[in-house]
Design a protein around this ligand. Sequence first.
Ligand SMILES: *[C@@H]1O[C@H](CO)[C@@H](O)[C@H](O)[C@H]1NC(C)=O
Ligand SMILES: *[C@@H]1O[C@H](CO)[C@@H](O)[C@H](O)[C@H]1NC(C)=O
Ligand SMILES: *[C@@H]1O[C@H](CO)[C@@H](O)[C@H](O)[C@H]1NC(C)=O
Ligand SMILES: *[C@@H]1O[C@H](CO)[C@@H](O)[C@H](O)[C@H]1NC(C)=O
Ligand SMILES: *[C@@H]1O[C@H](CO)[C@@H](O)[C@H](O)[C@H]1NC(C)=O
Length: 348
Amino acid sequence: MAVWVNLFYISLSLCITRVVSQFQLQPVNVTVLKGSDAQMNATVPTGWQSMTWAVDDTPVLVFNPSGNGTASSNRYSASFCITDNTECVQFIIQNVTRNDKVVECSVLGIQGSQTARLDVQESGTVNIRGGDVAVERGQQVEFQCDTSAWYPEPDVGWTLNGAAVDSITYNTTSIADGDFYNSTSVLNFNAISNTTVECRATVAALNNPISSSVFLTVASGPEPPDWTVLIAVVVSIGGLALLVLLIVGIIFCCRRRKEKQSNYQNEMTRRVRTQSEINGQTVAGQEQGHVNTQYLSDSHSRWSQSEIDFSSSSIRKMPANYSANHGRQEISTVTGSNFTKHRHATIV
Ligand SMILES: *[C@@H]1O[C@H](CO)[C@@H](O)[C@H](O)[C@H]1NC(C)=O
Ligand SMILES: *[C@@H]1O[C@H](CO)[C@@H](O)[C@H](O)[C@H]1NC(C)=O
Ligand SMILES: *[C@@H]1O[C@H](CO)[C@@H](O)[C@H](O)[C@H]1NC(C)=O
Ligand SMILES: *[C@@H]1O[C@H](CO)[C@@H](O)[C@H](O)[C@H]1NC(C)=O
Ligand SMILES: *[C@@H]1O[C@H](CO)[C@@H](O)[C@H](O)[C@H]1NC(C)=O
C-alpha cells in the first residue's frame, strides 16, 4: 500500500517538474549595463499559438510560431534560438534603461507566463585626487579616490604596482546622490619605493573595472637600517651572556655544596639556621657565611624536642617562659667571658 502511495507521489512530482521545466525564462535575473542589450530565452513546449512579451506591464512584442513578430518599438525583437525550432524563443531589449525592470513572457495555448528581473547598472567615473606625488623615503602618503555617478554602489579597490592592496588599509565611504552613488576611498601607507598607485571601481555588470592611476616618486634617501641584522646580533650576545651566567652559577653552587659537605662545623651551622628558619629568624652573621665559633651543640636541656618541632604537632606547645605580651622571645645565656649567646624565637 505504502509503496503505491510513494509511487503515486513520485510520478506526480515528476509530472509537475516536467510541466514547470517545459516553460522557462532564462536567466531569471539579467544584470546589464545601461545602454547595452538585455537578452533572455523562453523555452516553451510545442503547440503554443502566440507569445506576448511585456516590459514593466506594458506589452511590447507579439510573436507567433511561424517566426513572425510585431513590436511596439525597434528596441524590442524576438527570434527562434535555433532556426525553425519553436521550442526556444530569444527576446532582446536594446539600449536598456534603469526603467526597464521586469520582463514578462505570456504564452497562449499552454496558458502560462514567466517573469525575469532586469538589473540595469551604471558605471561612472574614477579619479585619484591630486595626481602624481613626490615624497621622501619613509614618509606617510595619503591618496584619495573619488568615484561618481555609479549605480549601484561600486566596489572600490586599490593596487600598488599592480598588486591588490589589503582592504584593511583603506576606507571607502559611499553616499547616494539622487539615482547614483558617489564614493571616496582613502588609502594610507609609508612611501618606500617608486610606485604606481591605481584606484579601481566596478559593478557586477562591468567586465573590466574602471581605473585611475598616479605615480608616487620616492626621493632616494639613506637606506633604512637593516633591523634584522641588529636584532640577530643582540639576541646572540644576550644568549651567550646567559650561558656564561648559567655556567658560573653552576660552578658556584657545586663549590658551595662541596665546602658544606666537608665541614662538620658548617653542617652544625646549617642545622642552627634551619632551626632559626623554623622560628622565623635568620641568625645574624650567618648571612655572610661566617662560621660561628661560639656555636655549641644544642643539648636540648631547655627546649624539649616537642617545643621546637612545631610542625609535627597540630597543637603548638609554648616554651616554658613564653610571655603573652611578646610574640618574640629572646633568651640570653653567657657562654664565655666575652660572648653572649642569643636565641631568637618567634611564637605565633
Ligand atoms: C534574483 O534576484 C532576486 C532579487 O534580487 C534574488 O532574490 C534571487 O535569488 C535571484 N535569483 C537568482 C537565480 O539569481
Ligand atoms: C507575419 O505576419 C504578417 C501579418 O500577420 C504577414 O503578413 C506576414 O507574411 C508574416 N510573415 C511571415 C514571415 O510569416
Ligand atoms: C539609448 O536610449 C537613450 C534614451 O533612453 C537615447 O538617448 C540614446 O540615443 C539611445 N541610444 C541608442 C544607440 O539608441
Ligand atoms: C578607517 O576609518 C576608521 C573609522 O573612521 C578608522 O578608525 C581607521 O583608522 C580608518 N582606516 C584607514 C586605513 O584610514
Ligand atoms: C624613483 O624614480 C626617480 C626617477 O624616476 C629616481 O630618481 C629615484 O631614485 C627613484 N627612487 C627610488 C627609491 O628608486
